[in-house]
Design a protein around this ligand. Sequence first.
Ligand code: PLP
Length: 149
Amino acid sequence: MSANATVHEMLAVEGGQPVRETLLPYGRQAIDDDDIQAVAETLRSDWLTTGPKVEEFEEAFAARAGAKHAVSFSSGTAALHGAAFAAGLGPGDEAITSPLTFAATANCVLYQGATPVFADVSPGSRAGGFWNQLAHARNSPGRLCRPPL
Ligand SMILES: Cc1ncc(COP(=O)(O)O)c(C=O)c1O
């Protein structure tokens, strides 16, 4: 950052103007009574693991997404691992991602024996680093880029 940077150009932690005055929540879920009732019905049923509700959910999700199939996972981490597997990541491959996200994003790359490469961590690369790496990776065999989560 140059010595002449204005409060609009500086990060708030460096004395710049904050981009918002209120807390930006990490997540904001919407759970209604129907959701709670569906969970209660499942808990009262004979199926706590992979039962008929899973297939029902996958079919409904695929229909909504306009996809032939949908596969559900038990967690975000498991889904990311599945995505890394489906992308064919393995030893010798690199996956470029942002460090400004949950650890599972990089861990799923490690689970496949590949190497996570963090973009956008150098001073001055805040805006262009990730996309520069992405452009470079398109011409590099064995590299997978994913948008930051
Ligand atoms: C961006 C992001 N990715 C992955 C995960 C991992 O999800 P889970 O805790 O369901 O494994 C989280 C969890 O908060 C997350 O915020």
